[in-house]
Design a protein around this ligand. Structure first.
Ligand code: NOJ
Length: 724
């Protein structure tokens, strides 16, 4: 949804008039965001600041009554009665919690899953007085050690771009600033997910071509969808922190992408320019960041304290201050807060409404990825005695995910509760087996779990990470199951084998985990991610067969940490690993392929692909030229199910080596048993473009292969065309 130019013009006119009355102190106040205690804020600090108009927006407080109170004081007691924008990190739900963004991306269904969950999240947050969220995070990540991989949409640019646009549309609705919607913020501009070693906040060093072709497009998708705010990343990019990087903030963001909205620093990021060693003190940091293009400072006073003096000294141009303030006032106007500064407190009755829970369950069941299902062990029949084993089994927090806002764990349907709801209490026994990260009682409890197998028809493991193990500042060097959980699986699977009882493992985590060493010990594996409030019911929907699993991986699952970074769209190299001789690009102790590839996921049914057709075999250099691609897909099993049809291309020869495969289209379709549908894609000339050595975006003439694939490692139909 584009913001109408007329509306922006109207907002600008309004802002200009207001600015005529504002002092420099008030103007800089509009560029300063106050924060709650996490950001070092205290109420008394706010008391000191607001009467002078030094607070433009407010981060991380919520609750209609509270915010209405704060707003009232701002509007009555500040010089120009300017209301504040209340911001909150509404990442995957507000009260009703949805799957984490990474888990949502497993659905490959952005226009339902991401859009609908953002819509509900916006409605609940709006009811609590919030108008601005710092989401979506559209950082590509090829490194599951990085804890924040949970907050993005995986490793692929095309898939992330679709989720980016859908999420913005979900938050912002059909009209920016409308009731029950939030302003979105695309973050973290840009390359945060490529931190060296997967260590949060660490440096990033990459080619400008990779920056522009892989990391920037999801931001463009957000802006094209109407996102009007953007948060630069904490990290340095090729040595210059993103927070003061003129190339990124001016050349790429403003000029190349045409971004007209507001930039906001990440929390504390301007002060961190000092330890980044690009300036000596906070005043210099403000000068660098503001002049590079940061409109609002998140978390406090460096702007209030330094911009007036920097203007006086001629180091910051007052025209630039005015331009930034105008953008912020335009944002506030678009958010509708001059017109409607307060929120109706009754709206909060929508928290956890049956309808919101319904959407949460619908969304959650579309996400888990079935990685393995030997002998069709899943779904589980009605009257089977289930032994649920593992520390996530009855944990109401772990399945919510790492950025669940002011969720209420007590409202969570745990895995145990979900199974009991579906299979009956009498059919489900629970044995925790061990703790998540390890404790002294683990050995004893593992033994108890193994002993309990004798009473069961099937064992279901619920293992993984607790919700605090992924997310910000939670990088891990070892991404296997934490604590004694692998031992738990081994011991219980061994006891099950002896008794002829099959085992299913469900993994709940914020990142891909290495499961290579134990995956052969169980019959089925469901990678569930982190599913939110209705997680337990969604799991029961899947393992009972009420819903046929349809998730596909949005990030490769490596065999071991040694393979990281591990992503499908890599280059062939001059010595690809073909197993022909010794001097090849390989490991001597491990395959180079991941344990499970990008795009991988099974269903309870099977699909067949036939009849790949291209509308023509030549494309011109006209940027509007395109080829239509169609393929027939048939459900060859005896259950209804969804298939994710994936279209990849390969540019066979380029002036720069091109990836072996690049996703350029996908469609998720539902097919009844025996049903056949034709799926159509459009491949545009611009879809084939990349940044060449001279930094030009080009579609080069030559041969291209089209691959219709089940996942990045399994293409089933091929065709080719030529660009002339
Ligand atoms: C730091 C995080 O990096 C950012 O994503 C978030 O929006 C801010 N803190 C505000 O909480």
């Amino acid at each position: 949804m584009k913001i109408e130019t007329r509306k922006i013009e109207q907002a600008k006119e309004f802002a200009e008039k207001l600015m005529e009355k504002m002092t420099l102190t008030e103007k800089v106040g509009q560029l300063s965001q106050f924060g709650n205690s996490i950001y070092g804020g205290v109420e008394s600090f706010f008391e000191d600041h607001y009467p002078e108009g030094k607070v433009g927006s407010y981060l991380s407080i919520h609750g209609a009554q509270k915010l209405n109170g704060v707003q009232k004081r701002l509007m009555e007691e500040t010089p120009n009665h300017i209301p504040a924008l209340f911001a909150y990190d509404v990442i995957h739900g507000f009260k009703t919690t949805f799957p984490t963004p990474l888990t949502q991306s497993f659905s490959w269904d952005p226009w339902y899953v991401a859009k609908e969950s953002a819509k509900v999240a916006a409605k609940e947050a709006y009811a609590a007085g919030i108008r601005w969220t710092f989401a979506p995070m559209v950082d590509i990540s090829r490194d599951p050690r990085w804890g924040r991989i949970m907050e993005g949409y995986g490793e692929d640019t095309y898939l992330t771009s679709e989720f980016s646009a859908a999420t913005v549309e979900g938050f912002q609705g059909d009209e920016i600033g409308a009731e029950d919607t939030l302003l979105a913020c695309a973050k973290h501009f840009v390359t945060y997910g490529a931190c060296i070693g997967g260590r949060d906040y660490n440096s990033v060093d990459m080619s400008l071509q990779t920056l522009l072709d892989v990391y920037v497009p999801p931001f463009k998708a957000a802006f094209d969808a109407g996102c009007f705010t953007c948060m630069p990343a904490f990290n340095d990019f090729n040595g210059v922190p993103c927070t003061c990087n003129k190339y990124l903030l001016q050349d790429v963001l403003r000029k190349e992408l045409g971004f007209k909205g507001v930039t906001i620093s990440d929390a504390g990021a301007i002060a961190e320019l000092v330890p980044h060693n690009v300036c000596a003190n906070i005043k210099e940091a403000v000068e660098l960041a503001f002049n590079a293009g940061i409109d609002i400072i998140m978390a406090f006073d460096p702007y209030n304290d330094n911009i007036p003096a920097l203007v006086e000294e001629g180091k910051i141009d007052i025209k630039d201050v005015d331009a930034a303030v105008e953008r912020v006032l335009v944002l506030k106007f678009l958010a509708g807060i001059f017109e409607k500064p307060f929120v109706d407190e009754k709206k909060q009755e929508c928290f956890f409404s049956p309808e919101h829970r319904r959407v949460s369950r619908e969304v959650a069941k579309r996400c888990p990825v079935l990685l393995k299902n030997d002998n069709g062990i899943l779904p589980i029949d009605e009257n089977k005695k289930i032994l649920l084993v593992g520390p996530i089994g009855d944990d109401p927090k772990a399945i919510l995910g790492g950025w669940a806002g002011p969720c209420e764990p007590a409202q969570t349907i745990t895995v145990l509760a979900g199974l009991e709801n579906r299979f009956g209490k009498e059919n489900v026994t629970f044995s925790m087996g061990c703790s998540i990260e390890g404790s002294e009682e683990d050995n004893e409890n593992i033994k108890k779990a193994a002993d309990a197998v004798s009473e069961a028809d099937i064992v279901v493991f619920a293992v993984g990470e607790h919700s605090g193990m992924a997310g910000e500042a939670n990088s891990r060097s070892d991404i296997s199951l934490p604590g004694m959980q692998e031992k738990l699986i081994e011991a219980v699977a061994e006891a099950s084998k002896q008794k002829g009882v099959p085992c299913v493992a469900m993994i709940f985590s914020g990142r891909p985990l290495t499961i290579f060493s134990w995956r052969d010990k169980v019959d089925a594996i469901l990678f569930a991610g982190q599913l939110g409030t209705e997680g337990g019911n969604a799991i029961a929907d899947i393992i009972s067969g009420d819903y046929n699993p349809s998730g596909r991986l949005s990030c490769s699952i490596p065999c071991s940490e040694g393979q990281i970074p591990c992503y499908y769209n890599s280059l062939n190299t001059g010595r690809p690993a073909l197993g022909k001789w010794v001097f090849e690009s390989k490991y001597r102790d491990l395959q180079i392929e991941p344990a499970y590839a990008f795009g991988y996921g099974l269903s309870y049914t099977t699909f067949e692909y036939t009849d790949l057709k291209l509308s023509k075999d030549k494309m011109s250099q006209d940027p509007d030229d395109y080829i239509s691609v169609s393929v027939d897909v048939k459900n060859t099993g005896d259950r209804a199910g969804e298939e994710v049809v994936q279209l990849y291309i390969r540019d066979m020869i380029g002036s720069r080596a091109r990836p072996m495969k690049e996703l350029k289209g996908f469609d998720k379709i539902m097919l009844a048993p025996g049903e056949k549908k034709t799926v159509e894609f459009t491949l545009k000339n611009s879809d084939l473009a990349f940044t060449d050595w001279n930094m030009n975006k080009v579609t080069e003439p030559g041969n291209f292969t089209v691959m219709i694939s089940k996942n990045a490692a399994e293409s089933v139909l091929f065709a080719s065309f030529k660009v002339e």
